[in-house]
Design a protein around this ligand. Structure first.
Ligand code: ADP
Ligand code: LRH
Length: 486
């Protein structure tokens, strides 16, 4: 391939994939980027010793299997994989000892432990001080609250999940900057660890490895990884926006500056892109976050509830013997009238797994309304509530940042939910442009491609490349959907 072939490892809370990304000469004189899925696997929290964890060992096996498939696919067409990039969900970490062994399987942010430490952390660092430095949205599972529950941190290092995978592949320990910005220990303005917070919380100052920026090389493959996957040992693992949302936003196919985005998957990340953080009190009280994006941009957003609400309901219904395809569920939800009951999609009561339909019904009841006991009604309630939360959040983002937007880009798995896209257009009164589904993997690939000089330019150029390469769908406010999943 003229431009280059790159492997993207992208693991979300609900599924992971290894993809080959190719940069080729595109239509007209431009380039194009394409993705080929070589391996896909489910992900989810597992209960171990009464806590909620990720089965990291199993995920790493899937990554190795995927990289082997990538090597084989590339070799079959005479291509050579230039590099590998890794992104996953944020905030969670594994503790590794000096020999590199993982102490236990990493905790999931859905475990309750973070919540139990919030009050203690705030006694030492009050929320206003935390926000003024980190600009991070308060979420009970932010890394610093989780770390505050650890009994012993001497002799170990904390590696965020993508960094832990990179460590297993290369033997090199680094902390990638976009994901570091979700820890609550990272300075929003300077882009460095807040040594002051480490001291205040009694955390060892070298708890995390040194910061690395997207585009920099983490290392090359360990011999055993090369042997296992069939990749060349010289293959580099390149840091990308290792926070999946950072990679997703890098690949938002925006044409103009004045865009908002919704990265729609397990969570909905709703906001705008800025050059510098908003750290004032109004922003803190509105619970907006300033997460670091690719090229030093700021992702000014709120983590709103997401399709976790829906996938957890589906899981409960399937367990009860009422498995129904998502397309059919969405079709019946679309047939229901607008104006039904809503919940607050942001409520921390929905973070934990299990029994979601009942928890939603409860929330509706406590708001004085009644939710009919039918899956379609529950699904419609979730989607109406999400769309309302998106509209509320975007209006707040504009007000707090002063950035006006004219179009909302929806990327990720949820961009395929046509009913939700239409409801979002209706609720925001803005044009919604849906796609690409795999924005995260595209952002991952493009940062690697730029590091390899297969593409050039800043985010506007990378976004133009995405726009030239994918099919998008537009939704206008007030249009009646005739075929919700057709
Ligand atoms: P994550 O990265 O958080 O694991 P994804 O971006 O993969 O999440 O999105 C997963 C979500 O996308 C699912 O929970 C589901 O609601 C939605 N989704 C996936 N496929 C479809 C589809 N064909 N139609 C509508 N929604 C879909
Ligand atoms: C989305 C995501 C989001 C975080 C959450 C923990 O996958 O990375 O940006 O808030 O997971």
């Amino acid at each position: 391939t003229a431009g280059g072939v790159f492997a993207a490892v992208d693991i979300g809370a609900s599924s992971g994939r290894v993809m080959l990304g190719r940069v080729t000469d595109g239509p007209a004189s431009g380039k194009a980027v394409s993705l080929e899925t070589v391996h896909r696997f489910p992900n989810g929290v597992v209960e171990l010793d009464g806590g909620l964890h990720w089965d990291f060992d199993a995920l790493l096996e899937e990554v190795l299997t995927g990289l082997a498939a990538a090597a084989e696919t590339a070799a079959a067409s005479g291509e050579r994989i230039a590099s590998i990039g890794i992104d996953t969900w944020a905030v969670d970490y594994g503790l590794v000892d000096a020999a590199g062994a993982l102490r236990i399987q990493p905790f999931s942010y859905r475990d309750e432990r973070g919540r139990t430490a919030v009050a203690d952390v705030h006694k030492v660092l009050d929320p206003a001080r935390l926000y003024a430095t980190t600009g991070l949205q308060f979420l009970q599972f932010n890394t610093l609250y989780q770390l505050a529950t650890e009994r012993e941190l001497r002799g170990v290092q904390a590696l965020l999940i993508p960094d832990l995978i990179a460590f297993r592949l290369t033997g090199q320990r680094r902390t990638e900057a976009t994901n570091a910005s979700t820890t609550g220990l990272f300075h929003a303005v300077t882009g460095e660890w807040s040594t002051e917070f480490f001291r205040a919380l009694g955390l060892p100052k070298n708890l995390f490895p040194a910061i690395i920026q997207p585009g920099e090389t983490i290392g090359t493959l360990l011999p055993e990884v090369a042997a296992r996957t069939g990749l060349e040992a010289e293959t580099a693992v390149v840091a990308v926006g290792s926070h999946d949302t950072a990679s997703a936003v890098a690949a938002v196919p925006a044409q103009q500056e004045d865009f908002a985005y919704i990265s729609s998957g397990t969570w909905s990340l709703v906001g705008v892109e800025l050059d510098s953080p908003v750290l004032d009190e109004a922003s803190r009280l509105a619970n907006f976050t300033n997460e670091r994006g690719v090229d030093g941009t700021m992702r000014y957003l709120r983590n709103v509830g997401g399709l976790w609400l829906l996938s957890e309901c589906q899981r409960t219904w399937a367990d009860e013997g009422h498995r129904e395809e998502l397309a059919a569920l969405l079709e019946s939800a679309a047939a229901l009238p607008a104006g039904g009951p809503q919940i607050n999609a942001d409520d921390p009561a929905f973070i934990a797994p299990d029994n979601m339909p009942e928890r939603i019904r409860c929330a509706v009841r406590s708001g004085g309304a009644v939710l009919p006991d039918r899956p379609a009604a529950v699904v419609r309630c979730i989607l109406d509530s999400l769309a309302a939360a998106y509209a509320r959040t975007l209006a707040r983002a504009e007000g707090l940042s002063g950035k006006q937007t004219s179009v909302v880009h929806v990327v990720g798995g949820g961009s395929q939910n046509r009913l939700l896209c239409q409801l979002t257009a209706d609720a925001t009164g803005k044009t919604v442009v849906a796609g690409p589904v795999e924005a995260t993997a595209l952002g991952n690939v493009l940062v690697q491609a730029r590091a390899a000089e297969a593409v050039t330019g800043g985010l506007p150029e990378l976004r133009a490349l995405v726009r030239a390469s994918v099919q998008l769908e537009s939704y206008e406010p007030g249009v009646v959907l005739h075929s919700p999943q057709g």
